[in-house]
Design a protein around this ligand. Structure first.
Ligand code: COA
Length: 474
C-alpha cells in the first residue's frame, strides 16, 4: 500500500516535470529572423525589437565602424545595377517622377549625405577641469518616408541616423512598399556581409497607417522623423514624443529687372521640371517684375515651357489636376508636363518639360503646392512687391525660395524676409540640395520643427561629460 504523503510528493514531481516539458515545447514569444529577411519583418513589434537589439551593439562599436557602415551604404547604392534597379522600381511602383532624375537623386543621397565627421565634439577646459559636449544617439528612430522620394529618403536617413549611432525602423508610404523593401534588404544584406550588426535598418513587410501608428506608440522608439505630406507630419508632431517633421513647401521664385533673364529662364525650367517637380525644394510659382516678364516667358518657352493662354483651357487644366479640397489630385503628382497636356488633348513634343500660364497671385495654382510641372507666373510692378507676394505664397513653411537678381541688397532682403531653410540665388532650386551647388544634401528638410537641413547631428542628443580638476593642460 502507498502512503498518502508519498503519493502527494510523486504527484508534485510529476506536475513539475510536466510543466518543464510544456515550457520547453512552447514557442518563444519572438524569434529572431533568419538573415535572409534582411531587416523586413512580419510585424512592427518584431522590427522594433530587432532594431533595439542592433542598437545595443552599435552603441558599443567604434566610431570608425559606424563610418565603415556609412561607406558600405554609399558603395551599395552607387553600384550601377543597384542604382538603376531602385530608380526604375521607384518610378514603376509609385508612378511618380522621372527615371533619369531618380538616378541623380539616389546618387546624390549616397554621395553627399554627411557621415560621422558631422559629429564635432565641443570641449571646455579651465581651472575646474574638462567638460565635453558630444552628439550621442537617441537609440531606435522611427522614420516615415514619402511616396515622392522613397528611396532617396531611406538612403539619406539611414546614413545620417547610423552615423549618429542610431538604428532606424522605417514606415514607408504604402504606395512605395516594394521599392522601400528592396532598398532596406539591399542595404541590410551589404551591412551584414561587411560585419555590421544585423538589422541596423528595419521595416515591416506591410506598411500601413495602422503599422505607422504602432511605431509611433511603441515606447522603444525614442525619436520620430516624418518626411511626407501635411497629415503625417501633423500626426508625429502631436504624438507626445520628440519628433522631427519635414513637410510641405511651395517654394516661390522671384525674378527682378537686374537678373540675367536668359539664364534665369533656363534655371527655372530646369529646377521646376526636375523629377517632375516632386522635390519639395522645386520651383512652384514665379513672381516676375513687369519690365522683364515678357522676356522671361519668351525664354522659358525657348527652354521647354508650354504656355497656356486660353482661359477656358486653364480652367480645364485646374479641374483636371485638383481634387475636391482644392489640393493636387494624387494621380497627377509627379507626372510629366507631356502627360498632363496629353490628358488635356494636347500633343506636345519631347522638348516640353513645364506648363506655364500667367495668373494673378490669388490663383489656386500659385497658393497650393501642386508637385507637378505646372508653373504659374505672376506679373508684379516691382521687386519689393514680388518679395512680399513670395512670402505670402510660401505660407510660413520656411522651406525653400529662389531669387534671380544682381541686386545684392534685394537678394539679402528676400533671404531675410523668407526665413526659409534653403535660399538659392541665381541657380535652379536643386543647387540647394547639392546638385551643382556646394555643400551636403538632405531629403528631410525640417522646417516645422526647426532642424532645417538634417544631418547626423540632427538625430543626436547633446550630452555632457564632466571631469573635475584634471585634463586641462593650458
Ligand atoms: N505610412 C503610413 N501612412 C502614411 C504614410 C506612411 N509613410 N505617409 C502618409 N500616410 C498616411 C497619411 O497620414 C494619410 O492618413 P489620413 O488619411 O489618416 O490623414 C494617408 O496616408 C494619405 O496620405 P497621403 O498619401 O499623403 O495622401 P495623398 O495620397 O492625398 O497625397 C501626396 C499624396 C504625394 C500629395 C502627399 O503624400 C504629399 O504631399 N507628399 C509630399 C511628401 C514630401 O515630399 N514632402 C516634403 C519632404 S521635405
Amino acid at each position: 500500500m502507498i502512503r498518502l504523503d508519498m503519493d502527494i510528493k510523486v504527484i508534485e514531481q510529476m506536475v513539475e516535470q510536466a510543466l518543464k516539458e510544456i515550457k520547453a515545447e512552447q514557442p518563444q514569444k519572438f524569434t529572431m529572423p533568419k538573415a535572409e529577411l534582411y531587416g523586413v519583418f512580419k510585424t512592427m513589434d518584431e522590427a522594433i525589437t530587432a532594431s533595439e537589439e542592433a542598437q545595443k551593439k552599435l552603441l558599443f562599436s567604434k566610431i570608425s565602424d559606424r563610418q565603415k557602415y556609412v561607406d558600405v551604404i554609399r558603395r551599395t547604392i552607387l553600384k550601377r545595377e543597384n542604382l538603376e534597379m531602385i530608380s526604375r522600381l521607384s518610378v514603376e511602383e509609385t508612378e511618380i517622377g522621372d527615371y533619369e532624375h531618380k538616378l541623380i537623386k539616389n546618387r546624390l543621397a549616397a554621395e553627399k549625405t554627411p557621415g560621422t565627421e558631422d559629429l564635432l565634439t565641443e570641449a571646455m577646459t579651465g581651472d575646474n577641469g574638462l567638460t565635453l559636449v558630444e552628439y550621442c544617439p537617441f537609440g531606435v528612430i522611427g522614420a516615415i518616408t514619402p511616396t515622392t522620394n522613397p528611396t532617396e529618403t531611406i538612403i539619406n536617413n539611414s546614413i545620417s541616423m547610423i552615423a549618429g549611432g542610431n538604428t532606424v525602423v522605417f514606415s514607408p508610404h504604402p504606395r512605395a512598399k516594394k521599392v522601400s523593401q528592396m532598398t532596406v534588404k539591399l542595404l541590410n544584406k551589404a551591412l551584414t556581409e561587411s560585419g555590421a550588426p544585423e538589422n541596423l535598418i528595419t521595416m515591416v513587410e506591410e506598411p500601413s497607417i495602422e503599422n505607422t501608428n504602432k511605431m509611433i506608440e511603441n515606447p522603444s522608439v525614442r525619436l520620430l522623423v516624418a518626411t511626407g505630406g501635411p497629415s503625417i507630419v501633423k500626426k508625429v508632431l502631436s504624438s507626445g514624443k520628440k519628433a522631427i517633421g519635414a513637410g510641405a513647401g511651395n517654394p516661390p521664385v522671384v525674378v527682378d529687372e537686374t537678373a540675367d533673364i536668359v539664364k534665369a529662364a533656363k534655371d527655372i525650367v530646369d529646377g521646376c521640371s526636375f523629377d517632375n517637380n516632386v522635390p519639395c525644394i522645386a520651383e512652384k510659382e514665379v513672381f516676375a517684375v513687369d519690365s522683364i516678364c515678357d522676356y522671361l516667358i519668351h525664354n522659358m518657352k525657348e527652354n521647354g515651357a508650354y504656355q497656356i493662354t486660353d482661359p477656358a483651357l486653364l480652367e480645364k487644366l485646374v479641374t483636371l489636376v485638383t481634387n475636391e479640397k482644392g489640393g493636387p489630385k494624387t494621380s497627377f503628382v509627379g507626372k510629366s508636363a507631356r502627360y498632363i497636356l496629353d490628358k488635356l488633348g494636347i500633343t506636345a513634343d519631347a522638348s516640353v518639360r513645364v506648363i506655364i500660364m500667367e495668373v494673378p497671385k490669388e490663383h489656386l495654382l500659385v497658393q497650393e503646392e501642386m508637385m507637378m510641372p505646372i508653373l504659374p507666373v505672376v506679373r508684379v510692378c516691382d521687386v519689393d512687391t514680388a518679395i512680399e507676394y513670395a512670402r505670402q505664397a510660401e505660407h510660413g513653411n520656411r522651406h525653400t525660395a529662389m531669387m534671380h537678381s544682381r541686386n545684392v541688397e534685394k537678394l539679402s532682403k528676400m533671404a531675410k524676409i523668407m526665413e526659409t531653410t534653403i535660399f538659392v540665388k541665381n541657380a535652379p532650386s536643386y543647387a540647394g540640395i547639392g546638385v551643382g551647388g556646394e555643400g551636403y544634401t538632405t531629403f528631410t528638410i525640417a522646417g516645422p520643427t526647426g532642424e532645417g537641413l538634417t544631418s547626423p547631428k540632427a538625430f543626436c542628443r547633446k550630452r555632457k561629460c564632466v571631469m573635475t580638476d584634471a585634463f586641462s593642460i593650458r
